[in-house]
Design a protein around this ligand. Sequence first.
Ligand code: SF4
Length: 347
Amino acid sequence: MNFSQQILEWYGKNKRSLPWRKSKNPYKIWLSEIILQQTKVAQGLPFYNKFILAFPTIKHLANATENEVLNLWQGLGYYSRARNMHFTAKEIAEKYNGIFPNDYEIILKLKGIGTYTAAAISSFAFNLPFAVVDGNVIRLLSRYFGISTAFDSSKGKKEFQLLAQKLLIVETAAENNQAIMEFGALQCIPKSPNCSICPLQNSCFAFNHNLLADFPKKKKKIKIRKRYFEFLIISENEKILIQKRETGIWKGLYQFPLIENEEEKSETEICNSKDWENLFKEGYLNIINISPRIKHQLTHQTIFAQFWHIDAKIPTIKNTISIQKKDLKNYPIPKLLEKYLEKIGMI
Ligand code: SF4
């Protein structure tokens, strides 16, 4: 048996039962793939079920408002995924009458869909012969074949894609793709895989050279950016001020007016800053409480956030709206805010 046949055999015995695997519906497959891009299966599953219930078809998603979509996505993070899905659903509804295109090149052109997701949808839904290459596949291939090219280099990307394509049994592209990803996710796991029960052990390069920890190779460490956020929860009686973000990873979500710094500042420095002065030009001001700093880790940045609870005359600030405190739960907010507000019982 060759590599792909062994993986298929293993898959037959070990695969997990996941709802999107039971479906050939490209919309459901698309949704599951987008959710699983940055989320583990166990965490993503309830969101998938919630989403399908609220928007059973592409047309339902296309007809939803951005707030409805982002509200359902709340807690999953990386909101550009939800915004892109919403945009693409509208495009499919308009251009293709709500029917997901069954052509790889067309799928690849849709917003938010890269080579991996296009291959996954094309093969899982339409059995088209395009190999998927995700982190699980890269780890398995690099270990098994002893590939030393950095997977995040352009040379590495091509090399892994070509190899996966070569290994794909085109007649059973869907199952083959599912199998290789599942093998990487369950058997050839990142830390301490149980090689003693692995069917590929005899011919695995990394195992036989005792080089497991050396694969896959990475180009360079990405510098993590540090950001210091001062969220100002400004209340006037039962009213509170929230602001819609126009850019960045939280685009479209709501937050509190924010003072941002690249380094940590003392409370006195913040209160004496130009930003503070611009916000509180007139009226009374009473700082009730300042939360401890909360660390929030994203892929390429670490956010250190503090929440300032302030009683003040509601200032006039661009893109803000003044709402009743009790209505805060109706607005999509970043996970960092959600966690904090839940903790203090504000939502
Ligand atoms: S032997 Fe170990 S390292 Fe090699 S493919 Fe199997 S699980 Fe992965």
